[in-house]
Design a protein around this ligand. Structure first.
Ligand code: GLA
Length: 349
């Protein structure tokens, strides 16, 4: 395990970058700024090393482009909360209204953009744990919350991300990782030719504005959101379909119906590199996001990124579930331990 400097958080505090590697030459680099997956390197079918996640070369660059959440740990609540307000135990809490009057990814300057502390580097488990203390009412959420995220890389090329959180008041806990994958390499450009398979039969339909689920559960069958068999991400992305038009492509939440059991959520393949991604989670669903709102700018190693240069598979609760009783609520009771796990595994075809 290697630990090196990664710039600063803008306030003079040093960010660090920890590299996990295995015998296959696979490497994962995690930054303490936002507990972020900064790189995920593996050999492709021709033995060429590919870094399959978008990112930047320093903590400063992550802060400069913080609205994209490249690779970041997102919480305390991933995705959106309607009206940027939640009521817990009869008390209303005001959150930051940072997206069309709604709260997105808990607001700016949260866990995704702050320095985490390295808690543990375990050579045997090939893992690094990072912790963050989020004080009562930080970003508006009740309760002092202790958060821990562990990243482990196995010899089977699995990157396991495990979350743990505990609060001293009833609150919300809904964490995700916001990696943007490009299986042709982070500098591989448009991801439309890469194929995706999704293990979900339903998604939550969005309102025309604000990307908030209306409460309607819609079958994927017969819609461009049907990835029941492998299909190019770009094949139907520009279809004349309301849900795609509202958000300029894929940015919807799929329901896994897994009863909290650890299950496969999606697979993706890139024929050119042979890299095959398998994604698993115990969350009730996940957001597929095709980087629709990424403007042209420079990323790692001078690569130029723009819209649709990556796809995210963000495991989480249904967005705005705290206002929709038919969906599982991300409520965490005081003293209870929130636990969740997501695995991104790489294979070669
Ligand atoms: C999520 C959202 C998108 C976008 C990104 C961050 O995936 O669903 O709409 O806001 O995060 O840029």
């Amino acid at each position: 395990m290697i630990k090196e400097g990664f710039g600063t958080d803008g306030l003079g505090n040093a960010a660090e970058l920890v590299t996990l590697s295995n015998k296959n030459g696979t490497q994962v680099k995690i930054s303490t700024l936002g507990a972020t997956v900064a790189s995920f390197l593996c050999k492709d079918k021709n033995g060429i090393m590919r870094d399959i996640v978008l990112g930047y070369d320093s903590a400063e660059a992550y802060l400069e482009h913080n609205g994209y959440y490249f690779g970041a740990t997102v919480g305390r609540n991933a995705n959106r909360i309607k009206g940027a307000k939640i009521t817990i135990g009869g008390v209303e809490y005001q959150l930051e209204a940072n997206s069309d009057g709604n709260n997105l990814h808990s607001g700016g300057n949260g866990v995704s953009h702050r320095l985490w502390e390295i808690d543990d580097m375990d050579e045997e488990k090939n893992s690094v744990s990072m912790k963050f203390f989020s004080a009562d009412l930080e970003q508006g959420f009740p309760g002092n919350m202790k958060i821990k995220v562990t990243f482990a890389l196995s010899e089977e090329n699995e990157l396991a991300i495990s979350y743990e959180a505990v609060s001293d008041k009833d609150t919300i806990a809904n964490f995700t990782n916001h990696s943007y994958f490009n299986l042709a390499g982070h500098d591989g450009g448009y991801i439309g030719g890469q194929k995706l398979k999704i293990y979900a039969k339903h998604f939550t339909a969005l309102a025309p504005v604000g990307s908030i689920p209306t409460g309607e559960v819609r079958a994927v069958k017969g819609t461009p959101l049907d990835f029941g068999e492998f299909k190019e991400i770009g094949r139907e992305i520009d279809s004349d379909y309301d849900q795609l038009k509202y958000v300029r492509g894929y940015d919807q939440n799929f329901l896994l119906e897994n009863d909290g059991k650890f299950t496969i959520m999606a697979e993706a393949i890139c024929e050119e590199t042979g890299i095959h991604l398998y994604a698993y989670t115990d969350c009730p669903g996940f957001q597929l996001y095709t980087a629709n709102f990424v403007d042209e700018h420079k990323g790692k190693d001078g690569a130029v990124y723009k819209e649709r240069h990556g796809f995210c598979l963000e495991s989480q609760y249904v967005p705005d579930a705290c206002h929709n009783p038919q969906f599982q609520n991300p409520l965490l009771f005081a003293g209870e331990v929130y636990k969740s796990r997501t695995v991104y595994k790489l294979g070669l075809d």
